[in-house]
Design a protein. Structure first.
Lengths: 312, 264
């Protein structure tokens, strides 16, 4: 096991208004790994990230980067971490290339190395055509520029706060590959995302957060195994809110959002569950359903929907 | 997975601690950032400053009907000081407030740059923008009122210290007040500077109380430093003027630095 490049221990942060945003959060990120931070809005992900970067002072606990305690020395944290914030980077009046090169130089890069790296990043993301334009950037372009600003001269820890938002599907694929390559080149990548489905292929380990705490952490495989149900069923309800009746005992419903209902089951219960779903479809309560292996989204939904129940 | 052809620098290489000449490097890069981002409006900014310079020389003639060379000397050298002080007290706080609202300040706060470097880069940018206007004012004053100038090399430290001190005061104000209050205070200060400060007229024209107050404030000394460096004639001791302005500068920079590195 390689040494942890980022060690967060029992981090607690209460805002002045009394909100307990982080409550004893502990995570470890190794060099060469992508660590996902998942959780609903208000779970405390951005607060955690801000403390790692030294932008917020923890009330208790410690943050160590490369073995050094940075809680008291935030300027060290800024050298050791490169960061893509949740809000778009302020690049008004600049072309994407100018913005990325400036940050690369500010982070200590030599001009030629920074330019080469810039070309490479824009090339991978198919942004060469837009790189020198100074027009106001679309949401996706601004997001990608912000990513390149964090990746042009990566720190020992690279913190990415929702890098894939607003990015089109093809470029998102290239973006996931670049995030992966940041870790392959030796950085510890902390990835805050709501994109549970796509991140499953990229993250090595992850923590699911809720109400300021880490609800569960491990590899995607471990989290799925913790579900105790290897299969999932997804139903599309005919009408939002009209939950189908007579649910078979083998089906554990983890999440209902609008017309979408998600549940998990053991292999032995598939027959019962599918028969029930078909019956519901025939009655017009369910418009369609599909069965497959349980995914990270199932684990996420279970934890976020009913954390108390999941802990049992 | 996409093939990555160019190897990346190992993350720890060169990033654990600041590079050499970190302060100067950060400052110059932030200044470049400011120049690039404002380049579209740069010409406009410079034109406005030029117009103000011309306006001061021709406009004050309407206000004061008989302009003698000594009055003209006060006006033309005072205009240069006044614009420098206004940049620090009005423009810099506005930039800071705008930077806070647009997220620029938050972004810069996560970059490895010295806490005061963004403010210094902003001040430098605005002084550069203002410089052509100040030079035009002086040239016009010489041409129109036959004002005699004796410019010494001390003009460089005088302008630098005046600009930096005003910006430090403005920065300290805007960092200790909410944005709306900052706006009100800077408006009050610009009127106070224009009408009740010995910049465009000698100190002894003010009531005694204001004279006493101004002996503790930096404005009178700033004006005297710049006027002295342009004309060779001072109203007060140069050493005292540098000491007072320097003390204000140090105190306000310390306040601003503390405010800039304050974390919640």
């Amino acid at each position: 096991m390689s040494p942890a490049v980022l060690e967060v221990e029992a981090l607690t942060k209460r805002y002045r208004k009394g909100v307990l945003a982080n409550d004893g959060v502990s995570i470890q990120v190794e060099a060469g790994e992508v660590f996902g931070l998942l959780g609903p809005n208000g779970a405390g992900k951005t607060t955690l990230v801000s403390q790692i970067l030294g932008l917020l002072v923890p009330d208790a606990g410690s943050v160590r980067i490369g073995g050094q305690d940075v809680t008291a020395r935030p300027e060290r944290a800024r050298w050791l971490c490169s960061y893509q914030p949740q809000a778009d980077a302020p690049v008004d009046g600049l072309s994407p290339r100018e913005a990325v090169e400036l940050v690369g130089r500010i982070r200590g890069g030599a001009p030629t190395a920074v330019r080469r790296r810039c070309d490479q990043l824009f090339g991978e993301l198919d942004l060469i055509g837009a790189a020198d334009q100074r027009v106001p950037l679309s949401g996706g372009m601004a997001r990608l520029t912000g990513f390149c600003m964090a990746a042009v001269r990566p720190g020992a820890v690279v913190v990415l706060d929702e890098p894939t938002n607003d990015v089109d599907p093809l470029r998102r694929r290239a973006l996931w590959a670049l995030i992966r390559s940041l870790a392959d080149d030796g950085a510890g990548v902390v990835l805050v995302t709501h994109n549970v489905v796509e991140s499953e292929r990229c993250v090595d380990r992850l923590a699911i957060m809720g109400a300021g705490r880490v609800l569960s952490q491990g590899t995607p495989a471990q989290l799925k195994a913790d579900l105790g149900a290897p299969l999932r069923i997804q139903l599309t309800l005919d009408e939002a809110g009209s939950e189908p009746a007579g649910r078979p005992p083998g089906l554990a419903v983890s999440n209902v959002t609008g017309r979408r209902m998600l549940g998990q089951m053991e292999l032995a219960d598939v027959g019962d569950v599918v028969a029930w779903a078909k019956e519901q479809q025939d009655q017009g309560v369910v418009s369609e359903f599909s069965v497959g292996p349980a995914s990270l989204e199932d684990a996420y939904a279970r934890w976020v929907e009913s954390p108390e129940e999941s802990r049992l | 997975m996409t093939a990555i052809s160019v190897p990346m620098a190992p993350p720890s290489a060169g990033l654990v601690s600041p590079p050499r000449r970190f302060w100067l490097r950060s400052y110059l890069l932030l200044l470049r950032w400011q120049l690039l981002r404002q380049r579209r409006l740069l010409v406009l900014f410079v034109m406005v400053q030029l117009a103000i310079g011309v306006g001061v020389i021709y406009g004050f003639a309407f206000l004061v009907p008989s302009i003698t060379p000594s009055v003209a000397l006060f006006f033309s050298t005072g205009a240069a000081t006044l614009t420098l002080i206004l940049i620090g007290l009005v423009v810099v706080p506005q930039e800071i407030a705008q930077g806070r609202m647009s997220g620029r300040a938050a972004y810069l706060s996560a970059l490895p740059v010295p806490r005061l470097a963004p403010m210094l880069a902003d001040v430098t940018f605005w002084v550069l923008v203002q410089l052509p206007g100040s030079v035009a004012t002086l040239v016009l004053a010489v041409l129109r009122f036959h004002v005699g100038l004796h410019i010494s090399a001390l003009i460089i430290p005088a302008v630098a210290l005046t600009a930096l001190t005003s910006a430090a005061v403005g920065c300290a104000i805007s960092m200790s007040l909410p944005p709306m209050a900052t706006q009100q205070v800077s408006q009050f200060l610009s009127i106070a500077l224009l009408l009740f400060s010995p910049i465009n007229f000698p100190l002894d024209r003010l009531p005694l109380v204001l004279q006493d107050i101004h002996r503790g404030l930096p404005v009178f000394y700033m004006a005297d430093l710049i006027r002295g460096a342009l004309t060779g004639r001072h109203q007060t001791s140069v050493a005292l003027a540098y000491a007072v302005v320097g003390a204000w500068c140090a105190a306000c920079l310390a306040l601003s630095a503390r405010a800039a590195s304050r974390r919640n």
